[in-house]
Write a protein that binds this ligand. Structure first.
Ligand code: NAD
Ligand code: UDP
Length: 317
């Protein structure tokens, strides 16, 4: 297949491009480099089956016939989407509609990267796909949450009205190599701080929970969903749940750091708990994650060490 991956220069999109090339497909990555980086694609630069198009997908574009579209373009870390609030709203609305139009034109299959943020600060725990969520529609995080909820609605509408063959994955917190060390996400912050011997920043009391999925597990779940015949949203994440304090302890153990913990204010509308119910992915896709948090942090360590080292070399220059 010739596959379009929007947001392919980002953290998850670049791992997806690697996996699709590995399966023998041709991949066209469309990315405006708002939060992505060309260095995430260095390994594909000389592969004849890989093309890169620097493109804002909010503007109309036509890359020619494609067989599948994986729509991954959007800032994803709270730090990034709060900084680029309007761009985040645009890419989830105009950007996703442009991609759905391409899918309609070329009879391509379509998979939307959606998010556990659609559940907001959830009152149902763990979160099943049937839960409609508890989202503040006018709070600071709404630029991301509502953009993704719109993108889900648009995807279902193109399926219902235009018979586009669509899928929606609700991705839960994913981590691993290529996470930028300064993107503000909890794993990037804590590992960077631990490696530098700086205090680990814990927002609020650190008792809020998240469920962290290692990137190779996430990508294999996404690929399994891309081959399934399911149009309603499917959770793909790791159901092992940790408080942020437990996550900090895991980071200290894996890095061998003696950093102390420093408490800072909790951001507005920060979800208190998050854990996917993955019964649907287990039964429908025969998929479940294999890599626990400790192993995933160990697998990520070499990347983070070299990213922290090259950032300090840059600062010294
Ligand atoms: P990322 O910021 O690393 O990657 C996003 C990519 O989209 C970047 O390369 C960026 O330059 C690109 N982009 C943004 N706006 C664009 C536009 N208008 N046109 C073209 N490209 C644009 O984020 P990520 O963590 O890799 O997330 C990828 C996708 O997965 C996002 O849609 C995100 O919402 C979703 N997701 C990720 C997570 C996670 O834990 N990583 C969780 C839930 C959902
Ligand atoms: N967090 C923290 N310290 C940090 C960064 C984040 O305590 O340095 C907390 C944040 O408040 C949230 C959780 O860790 O409760 C996960 O934050 P992240 O930004 O990674 O993603 P989110 O799940 O909120 O989108």
């Amino acid at each position: 297949m010739r596959i379009l991956v929007t947001g392919g220069a980002g953290f998850l999109g670049s791992h997806l491009c690697d996996a699709l090339i590995g399966e023998g497909h041709s991949v066209l990555c469309a990315d405006n480099l708002l939060t992505g980086r060309m260095e995430n694609l260095t390994q594909l630069a000389h592969d004849k089956r890989f093309e890169f198009l620097q493109q804002d997908i909010c503007l109309p574009f036509d890359p020619g016939k494609v067989d599948y579209i994986f729509d991954f373009a959007s800032p994803a870390s709270p730090f990034d989407y709060l900084k680029h609030g309007i761009e985040t709203l645009q890419v989830g609305s105009a950007g996703t509609i442009n991609c759905l139009e391409l899918a309609k034109k070329y009879h391509a299959k379509f998979l939307l990267a959606s998010t556990s943020e659609c559940y907001g600060d959830p009152l149902e725990h763990p979160q099943k796909e049937t839960y409609w969520g508890h989202v503040n529609p006018v709070g600071p995080r709404s630029v991301y949450d509502e953009a993704k909820r719109f993108a889900e609605a648009a995807t279902m509408a193109y399926h219902r009205y235009h018979h586009v063959d669509t899928r929606i994955v609700r991705i839960f917190n994913t981590y691993g190599p290529r996470l930028p060390i300064n993107d503000g996400r909890v794993i990037s912050n804590l590992i960077r701080q631990a490696l530098r011997g700086e205090p680990l920043t814990i927002y609020g009391d650190g008792l809020q929970t998240r469920s962290f999925c290692y990137v190779s597990d996430e990508v294999s779940g996404i690929l399994a969903l891309s081959r399934a015949n399911e149009h309603l949203p499917t959770n793909v994440g790791n159901p092992s749940e940790f408080s942020i304090l437990e996550c900090a302890q895991a980071v200290l153990k894996v890095t061998g750091s003696t950093s102390i913990v420093k408490f800072e204010p909790l951001p507005q509308d920060d979800p208190k708990q998050r854990r996917p119910d993955i019964t649907k992915a287990r039964t429908l896709l025969g998929w479940e994650p294999k890599i626990d948090l400790h192993t995933g942090l160990e697998l990520s360590l070499e990347y983070f060490r070299s990213a922290v080292e090259s950032a300090s070399v840059q600062t010294r220059k």
